[in-house]
Design a protein around this ligand. Structure first.
Ligand code: NAI
Length: 473
């Protein structure tokens, strides 16, 4: 075989799968194999029913699979064959023990390093792709170096900045690629090798190299800054509702200052997803570990504001609907944490669902990509709610085949994810099928509220002046 290079990626999830698919597409002479301990996950990657939904992903996988992109559970063989090994496994928040609820658990990363040290017979470049606490590379390097075969490994940090829902576009055209390495001759050579992989399609000036610790920490900082913008604008949405100001007008006015920038200033029911909360908690925990309590409290406030925004939304629903939703049918449109993904990890919709179930509403959920079984797994994992400790949980939540079915005879319609298709519905037809007064709670400011009010809906939007409450001068 005359491959230019052989890459193995441990972890075939939201990051490992799309990242390796794009490397394979852009580097036809590099052999790329994605391995995982989950047989189910690997089997799914070999079909056209991929384990994750991501626009454009299937086309890339179909183009490369069997050519230079492979999926396997034979981890030892693939490690042995590879020159570069990416570690792209999950690093969730610890649920118990020291740092529970804040520290990231890097046990999967350590296990990967142990597997590599065990089975490798030649030295490798090992790349941390997972998001990890700063100085994890030191732990990985020590585990690798304690092999008894005298093998030399190089550890690089190469955090991933893709966003779910736009992963393929982000990978094809990244703002930057970040590679951290040891500042020694061997470390710089290893970093140069990884640079040469990305240089197949990323302009050289967008590939930046740093020391290991800057690279690891940059990923946490990037996510903390992004989440901070969401919490900042969400805090202002609450103030808008109290004063009659319009948060969208504010986003526009503030965002046109190019020191601030336009993006990530949309109010919402709060950020979700597997990364923001986990990575900020990780940053908070790191600050505390180094005795920087003020820094920890500063970043923790981003999470507290997000919790407030989710709770505020549920409370607004109940308060507006005459202080009771008991026994009422409520249609929930959107469950994924954002559009164009089926991912429900930490989705804000789950917290609204939890609150409505506690209020004994009957919730009918429609989402174009979310699988019902995933709702229960995440609900149990994040909210500790399952059918054993919450009677009628599964009966009071119906997953509807479409939005019209979800809304029929409902008292309220909630927009919780900004799916494009929600903008295209016949809302007159939906209004006619609903109970009156027919409430809309638009948690994404997605719909045309004037048009809905003209139909007869009572519309509650985030950070938008309520015409029943405020008038112009
Ligand atoms: P995921 O949960 O979708 O995938 C992780 C995969 O690793 C799973 O399929 C699991 O079976 C596998 N795995 C666990 N231990 C293993 C082992 N010892 N050997 C082989 N495979 C193993 O996780 P996801 O979302 O892909 O995240 C991975 C990392 O990337 C995390 O550290 C995350 O913080 C980071 N990240 C995630 C982003 C996202 O949008 N999801 C974006 C940027 C970074």
């Amino acid at each position: 075989d005359d491959w230019e290079l052989k890459i193995c990626c441990m972890g075939a999830g939201y990051v490992g799968g799309p990242t390796m698919a794009v490397i394979a597409k852009r580097c036809p002479k590099i052999r790329v194999c994605v391995v995982d301990i989950s047989q189910k996950q690997i089997d799914a990657w070999k079909t056209d029913d991929l384990p994750i939904y991501e626009p454009g992903l299937l086309e890339v996988v179909q183009e490369c699979r069997g050519r230079n992109l492979f999926f396997s559970t034979d981890i030892a063989t693939e490690i042995e064959a590879a020159d570069i090994i990416f570690i792209s496994v999950n690093t969730p928040t610890k649920t118990q023990g020291i740092g529970a609820g804040r520290a990231a658990n890097i046990k999967n990363c350590e296990l990967c390093a142990r597997t590599i040290a065990d089975v490798a017979t030649t030295g490798k470049i090992v790349v941390e792709k997972s998001t990890v606490p700063v100085r994890t590379a030191q732990a990985i390097a020590r585990v690798l170096q304690s092999n008894e075969k005298g093998l030399k490994f190089q550890v690089l940090s190469n955090p991933e900045f893709l966003a779910e829902g736009t992963a393929i576009a982000d990978l094809m055209n990244p703002d930057r690629v970040l590679i951290g390495g040891q500042q020694s001759e061997e470390g710089l050579a290893a970093a140069a090798k990884l640079v040469s992989v990305y240089a197949h399609w990323v302009p050289r000036e967008q590939i930046i190299t740093t020391n290991l610790w800057s690279s690891e920490l940059s990923k946490l900082v990037a996510n903390a800054f992004l989440a901070q913008r969401v919490s900042s604008i969400n805090s202002i949405s609450a103030l808008c509702e109290a004063t009659g100001a319009d948060v969208l007008e504010i986003s526009r006015a503030v965002g046109m200052d190019d020191r601030i920038g336009k993006r990530f200033l949309q109010p919402s029911i709060g950020f979700g997803g597997s990364c923001f909360q986990k990575d900020i908690l990780n940053l908070v925990y790191l600050c505390e570990t180094y005795g920087l309590n003020e820094c920890a409290a500063y970043w923790n406030q981003v999470i507290l504001m997000n919790d407030f925004q989710k709770k505020r939304f549920s409370e607004k629903i109940v308060a507006s609907m005459f202080n009771t939703v008991t026994g009422k049918k409520i249609a929930m449109l959107g469950y994924a944490f954002k559009k164009d993904t089926g991912d429900v990890r930490e989705t804000p919709s789950m917290f609204v669902l939890r609150d409505l179930v506690h209020e004994q509403a009957n919730v009918h959920v429609y989402d174009p990509q979310v699988k019902r079984e995933d709702m229960w797994i995440e609900m149990d994992y994040t909210c500790g709610m399952n059918k054993d400790n919450t009677p009628r949980l599964e009966e009071s939540v119906v997953t509807a085949p479409d939005a019209y079915a979800a809304c029929e005879k409902a008292h309220a319609l909630l927009i919780l994810t900004e799916w494009d298709e929600f903008k295209t519905y016949d809302y007159k037809k939906i209004y006619d099928s609903m109970m009156k007064p027919a409430f809309v709670f638009d948690g994404r400011n997605l719909l045309d509220h004037d048009a809905l009010r003209a139909i007869g809906f009572e519309v509650h939007a985030l950070g938008k002046p309520d015409p029943l409450k405020f008038s112009d001068l």
